[in-house]
Design a protein around this ligand. Structure first.
Ligand SMILES: C[S@@+](CC[C@H](N)C(=O)[O-])C[C@H]1O[C@@H](n2cnc3c(N)ncnc32)[C@H](O)[C@@H]1O
Length: 256
């Protein structure tokens, strides 16, 4: 079972296990007379789904989600909230997180201290010479707009796949009048990294091996690849910068 489920993103595997738990619980519920209590039925489904997820090797936070999912659904339905509320919440989450269920890279933001640490990694300003900085998965555009304001001699480009963060960052750049900054709606895997002097990524452990192969294949010698927090398997960085923020972020730096 583990082998089959490994072919799916964890969210889809979790959904399949949740459905399996409900299907298996149905005859048992009839036998045990649990139908009269939807909450009890949901708790039993949650317990079974969490057990399946444990044996399927899902990460520990999925066990908690699996345990709570059906009971939370029953309790929320009992609250009698209007369905449009759920549709609205679903649409907002969809626009913010978009393909995160598949890419396993959700939206979370670099801290102010990380943005300040990045300032010191940009090339020193020289008349007539600029640089191009790329933020792969630029989120709300905070890294780009901060650096563009502090270090106006560079060009700052971002690519973001999720519609709402993209729109937010696009407006932020336009309203801030930052002419050395732009953001594109698209997939980072379609970007040609040979155009950039500094490539920054704050993603998740999942894409790092593939991203490293892409960076090695495309980035020019002498350019910088910086990953915030997430290591590249089997590739020691040339430099690290420890940031004293809430998450104890580390900037991992490779001179290509
Ligand atoms: C952890 S956030 C980092 C945001 C920003 N770079 C920062 O440091 O504050 C990662 C972002 O990457 C985006 N993302 C994930 N996969 C992507 C892809 N394949 N192409 C473009 N953006 C992607 C997500 O939507 C998310 O907004």
């Amino acid at each position: 079972m583990r082998f089959i489920l490994k072919k799916f993103p964890p969210s889809i595997a979790a959904l399949m296990l949740q459905c399996a738990a409900v299907v298996l619980m149905l005859p048992l519920a009839e036998f045990a007379g649990v139908y009269g209590s939807p909450l009890l039925f949901a708790i039993l489904c949650g317990l079974l789904a969490a057990t399946f997820s444990f044996f399927a090797g899902l990460a520990s936070w999925w066990l908690l989600i699996q345990l709570m999912f059906a009971p939370a659904m029953v309790l929320t339905l009992a609250a009698g909230l209007p369905p449009s509320l759920f549709l609205g919440a679903f649409l907002i989450l969809l626009l913010v997180y978009w393909s995160a269920f598949h890419t396993q890279v959700p939206l979370y933001l670099s801290s102010n201290k990380v943005r300040h640490a990045l300032e010191h990694l940009l090339p020193a300003a020289k008349p007539g010479s600029g640089f191009i900085f790329m933020d792969l998965g630029s989120g709300l555009g905070g890294v780009l707009t901060h650096l563009a304001g502090i270090h106006p001699d560079g060009l700052y480009v971002g690519v973001e796949a999720a519609p709402l963060p993209f729109l937010w960052s696009w407006l932020r750049i336009k309203l801030g009048g930052l002419h050395n900054c732009s953001v594109h709606w698209g997939d980072l895997w379609g970007c040609d990294l040979s155009q950039y002097d500094i490539v920054f990524a704050y993603l998740s452990p999942i894409p790092m091996e593939r991203l490293w192969r892409k960076a090695r294949a495309e980035m020019r010698p002498g350019t910088l690849f910086i990953s915030s927090t997430f290591a590249v398997p089997d590739q020691s960085p040339h430099e690290t910068v420890q940031v004293d923020d809430l998450h104890r972020s580390t900037l991992l730096i490779w001179h290509m």
